[in-house]
Write a protein of this length. Structure first.
Length: 425
């Protein structure tokens, strides 16, 4: 095994946790995803500790704590601006219906705690002060073989918690590991358990792949395991051979900045054009309202009405129909979906690059120019129009017409000219 070297400030935090607990007669092990990432990437993602001290003890021993998950034995310890999750050894029992355990049972030893964890590569424990690695589940071997495998019988473990197959697909993708055969077969065998998992837990897993480079591998793993239907039942039929191939081809090249863009791209590439199906899928997956609204707006973006490579004025005209705040999102979505469509039609890489470069240049030029695009940019406002003796809905209609005039011709945006246009309307 390669030597573990922990950089500051993590080293000091780990020493603090381990030494403080040891002083009170308790053990402490860095555990789970943190050890996995430390071994693979040489750096820590988040700091997760497990200990034989009960949560109340952890709260007493450390001066600054937050009881973030006290029901599950987890206390957050704060130290020099760092956060460490400290969880008491657990032996999870009483899983009901493939969901989280009903009640938490604490355990006395590390080996028992490791057995309740999901995958062997997530079951390694490390003591920073003692430089000692504990492997109670064959995690090290699987780490070297780049294999994702459950701790214990996969069917039993997925029956306990139906989220694990989705976690498995995500973690294998993130690490570039392959899912071990029996583990993958069990994912399909337990698909009905996975289908019962609370949708917000799915959303969290999906969200965690937003910043992941290997998004394609995540979806490929879900498809290979045959469990898309449990994850996204409303659009499972859209994952036919042809559409899945397009989706997988494009995924890693997308410029996704939000879950809204992620979902909209997925719907678009899968050929899901029905707004209601998209809305239902996001409602069922507990998308935050703002993300849901933006995703639906992206799917209907006026930019996609552009047929050929647009000139500056055409692009500006369509951008002016989009809420100012969302123009960047619409632009990225348009470029991504436009490129995907061009690839489907066998355009050359150079042609696609030329399309992107030209549109991006126009976009930057339009934004920098500060040319008027919105009603609030007009040299007149509603009160000015009312003073012309115009009232009610007509005011908004006139402002909208003036806005279109100045989008076409920025020079037209002066007060005198606009008042004259409004009066003669
Ligand atoms: P990442 O942080 O990259 O999402 P992770 O493996 O660290 O992955 P966390 O959700 O941070 O995932 O969980 C920390 C550890 O807790 C895991 O490594 C695993 O040992 C354990 N764990 C998390 N969720 C489950 C679960 N549903 N069933 C069993 N063990 C779990
Ligand atoms: Mg983690």
């Amino acid at each position: 095994m390669k030597e573990i070297r922990l950089a500051e400030p993590n080293y000091s935090v780990c020493r603090y946790i381990e030494e403080t607990l040891a002083k009170h007669g308790f053990e402490a092990w860095l555990v789970g995803g943190s050890v996995r990432d430390l071994l693979i990437q040489g750096k820590l993602s988040d700091l997760d500790y497990t200990t034989d001290a009960l949560p109340e003890k952890v709260q007493k021993i450390f001066p600054r704590t937050v009881p973030v998950g006290i029901k599950f034995g987890t206390i957050l310890v704060l130290y020099k601006g760092q956060k460490v999750e400290v969880t008491t050894y657990r032996a999870d029992a009483d899983y009901e219906d493939g969901r989280r355990p009903n009640k938490v049972e604490y355990a006395k030893d590390l080996a028992t705690d490791i057995k309740r964890r999901d995958f062997t590569v997530n079951g390694l424990a490390y003591s920073v002060t003692r430089k000692e690695l504990r492997d109670h589940c064959g995690g090290l071997e699987d780490l070297e073989k780049k294999t994702l495998r459950t701790i214990g019988d996969p069917i039993a473990r997925f029956t306990e918690d139906g989220l694990r197959p989705i976690r498995g697909c995500r973690i294998a993708a993130k690490l570039g590991f392959s899912v071990e055969d029996n583990t993958r077969k069990a994912m399909l065998a337990c698909v009905s358990v996975t289908a019962k998992v609370a949708p917000e837990r799915f959303y969290d897993e999906w969200r965690k792949t937003l910043r992941m480079k290997q998004k394609r591998a995540f979806w490929q793993n879900l498809l290979e395991a045959g469990i898309i239907g449990a994850f996204l039942p409303d659009i499972a039929v859209a994952f036919d051979k042809e559409h899945s191939a397009v989706l997988l081809r494009e995924l890693d090249a997308l410029h996704l900045k939000s879950m809204a863009a992620y979902a909209a791209s997925l719907f678009y590439l899968l050929g899901v054009r029905d707004k209601e199906t998209a809305r239902r899928t996001m409602l069922d997956t507990k998308f935050p309202t703002a993300e849901l609204k933006l995703a639906l707006a992206l799917l209907e973006t006026p930019l996609l009405k552009i047929q050929d490579q647009p000139d500056r004025q055409t692009l500006k005209h369509h951008l002016a129909e989009v809420t100012r705040r969302d123009r960047g999102s619409h632009m990225r979505f348009f470029l991504d979906m436009g490129s995907a469509t061009m690839r489907t039609k066998a355009f050359s890489t150079e042609a696609i690059r030329a399309f992107r470069d030209s549109c991006s240049r126009h976009f930057v030029s339009i934004l920098r120019s500060r040319e008027p695009m919105d009603t609030t940019d007009l040299a007149v406002n509603g009160t000015d129009i009312q003073q012309l003796g115009i009232h009610g809905r007509a005011v908004g209609e006139i402002l909208e017409r003036l806005r279109m005039t100045v989008v076409a011709d920025p020079q037209a945006n002066n007060r005198e000219n606009l008042l004259r246009l409004a009066a003669t309307n």
